[in-house]
Write a new protein. Structure first.
Length: 579
């Protein structure tokens, strides 16, 4: 499947409480694309916001890095980089800036950050290549002085891993930190530092993973109830299986029921496993224990929104707005999204109009144009969007995408093509415009043009999973070159192995190649990851061809009840069961 980008980008941005607007991919394709935000992506942003407000920039940076990687959004990567710099964790800075550089090859700032890291910058961080005997002795001396001063060595050990460049040999880092920790067997932080180094080395070493578990356990023996060590142990166990991590965190919370860090990690796992009710119950329990915490109220509200419990979500976000929680306009965006989800478009427009300043105001203006279109007021939508004060090239591109999407939803693919073609003439190397124009060309049966534009996009972004997937899916679905398309989709799958749209494309390609059992497995994984009408259409067709027609009918019926106008689903059902 090929996700059509623009519509979901705006919706995702409307949900994120970030300083700069956020972009996330994920809407189903087609003229009547439904806005949808990846639950996992939403929750990563939620955790990032909470961590920032609790003054945990390291946790926030990791959440933003994961969100940026999922959304393929350079602005999220930029945000992640600045937070990582504030956290003074060199590994996080390296991760964030490298991701930013990949997503925005022309941006100067990530290059500057990476150059500073290469020179040993980032506020004194030390690359392991400099880990000579002199440096080892210097760290040992700092530890000794800390122990003698009465301050203790814990603070030094907690910062130790962040001193070394991610590009260094993880095994060498582990060896060094293990040596430094030996004189302090009673320090839980020393064991934690070794556990963290072993975890990082464990990506390629089972022995290192075993060391990591043992050292984390020793840290917890010395300091029972230490949630930082408990969360690290959960990450180590997750390499074995998600269930192992869940079971460990649940056992820890049985003894430490109000550990916010452990509960947050477990809630994230529940989100990953699509257990939203469990995640909500967990955060509600924390909030009941700490009723004055607006952060926890916000977490509960966000999960309620994802569960489509709109009444509860609206009540909580309204309360947060009255309390002045977060930056101005943030809660208005959530409240507008609630109205929009319920097709209360006039109310949603009113709420978006209440947002007057900042990046959120720009997001709101774009959404107002989209909602005029949903109300069938096409002329008003076009007038509104053409009247926006777009000053940057990026904003001008977003306005063109918004107008094209309004036209697509109205069934005017030719009009959308004209708008995007004009915008691309002004911004010829915009990946988003190339992608969107290719998608509209395909809808207009200009398959050769769609292929040409997508090949150009792959040339511009050869390691972009979505570009590879779009080209591969087009070849599989619209030409007789299924093998060629499958090879491209395989490349995309290696880059983004859990992306539900790419899993769907893998399944559909395998179906076209006659490999029905493999096709069913991929499509089932895709549907388990994301309930989507087009994925359901594809899985149902595979089941139908395999003779499991009752299950196919049940699957289609359930999706038609929720998405009665989905073009791909309707075409599939009518083609296979015309009566």
């Amino acid at each position: 499947m090929i996700p059509f980008r623009w519509f979901s980008l705006a919706v995702a941005a409307a949900l994120f409480t970030v300083v700069s607007p956020a972009l996330a991919e994920g809407a189903a394709p087609g003229p009547a694309a439904n806005p949808a935000l990846s639950t996992d992506l939403f929750y990563r942003m939620l955790l990032g916001d909470i961590a920032l407000q609790r003054d945990h920039p390291d946790v926030a940076a990791k959440a933003y890095i994961d969100a940026a990687r999922d959304a393929k959004d350079p602005r999220l990567a930029a945000r992640a980089t600045e937070i990582a710099i504030a956290s003074r964790d060199r590994n996080l800075v390296q991760d964030a800036a490298s991701l930013w550089a990949r997503l925005a090859p022309d941006a100067e700032r990530p290059k500057q950050v990476l150059a500073a890291l290469a020179k040993g910058g980032n506020r004194g961080a030390i690359p392991l290549s400099e880990a000579s005997e002199a440096m080892r002795d210097r760290i040992a001396r700092v530890l000794s002085e800390a122990a003698l001063s009465g301050e203790g060595v814990g603070g030094v050990f907690l910062q130790l891993n962040s001193l070394f460049s991610q590009r260094a040999d993880p095994q060498a880092t582990l060896t060094l930190i293990t040596e430094l920790a030996k004189p302090y067997p009673k320090s839980p932080e020393a064991h934690y530092a070794v556990a963290l180094a072993a975890y990082r080395a464990g990506a390629t070493s089972e022995a290192a993973n075993a060391i990591a578990i043992g050292e984390a356990d020793r840290a917890l023996e010395l300091q029972p109830g230490w949630d930082r060590a408990a969360v690290l142990k959960g990450e180590i166990l997750a390499r074995k299986s998600p269930q192992a991590k869940i079971e460990w965190l649940r056992s820890f919370l049985a003894k430490e029921p109000y550990s916010n860090a452990a509960a947050g990690a477990l809630a994230q796992m529940y989100i990953d496993e699509h257990r939203l009710a469990d995640a909500r119950a967990l955060m509600q329990k924390l909030w009941d224990h700490e009723p004055e915490s607006r952060d926890l109220e916000f977490a509960v509200a966000g999960i309620a929104l994802q569960m489509k419990d709109y009444a509860a979500a609206e009540k909580l976000f309204t309360d947060l707005k009255k309390a002045g929680y977060s930056e101005p306009g943030t809660m208005d965006l959530y409240l507008a999204e609630i109205a929009e989800d319920q097709k209360q478009y006039a109310k949603a427009i009113e709420r978006y109009q209440a947002i007057k300043a900042g990046d959120r105001a720009w997001i709101a203006k774009l959404r107002i144009g989209a909602l005029y279109g949903k109300e069938g007021k096409l002329d008003e939508a076009k007038r509104w969007l053409s009247g926006l004060d777009a000053t940057t090239g990026e904003q001008k591109i977003q306005v063109a995408q918004a107008e094209a999407q309004v036209l697509r939803e109205a069934g005017d693919d030719a009009g959308a093509y004209k708008v995007l073609e004009g915008a691309l003439a002004a911004h010829p190397d915009s990946p988003d415009l190339i992608y969107d124009l290719a998608m509209v060309a395909e809808k207009l049966d200009r398959v050769d043009e769609a292929e040409t534009r997508l090949k150009h996009l792959v040339t511009l972004k050869p390691n972009d999973a979505q570009a590879l997937n779009a080209l591969g899916y087009t070849l599989v679905d619209r030409t007789n070159r299924a093998n060629e398309g499958y090879a491209l989709i395989e490349r995309a799958h290696k880059l983004a192995p859990d992306d539900p749209f790419i899993l769907d494309s893998m399944g559909w390609a395998l179906y076209r190649l006659g490999r029905l059992d493999e096709a069913q497995a991929y499509l089932q994984r895709a549907l388990d990851s994301r309930s989507d009408a087009e994925i359901a259409a594809h899985l149902g067709e595979v089941l139908w061809r395999k003779g499991d027609r009752e299950r196919a009918r049940a699957l289609w019926s359930a999706q038609l009840a929720e998405h009665p106008d989905n073009a791909v689903l309707k075409e599939t059902v009518h083609r296979l069961e015309p009566q």
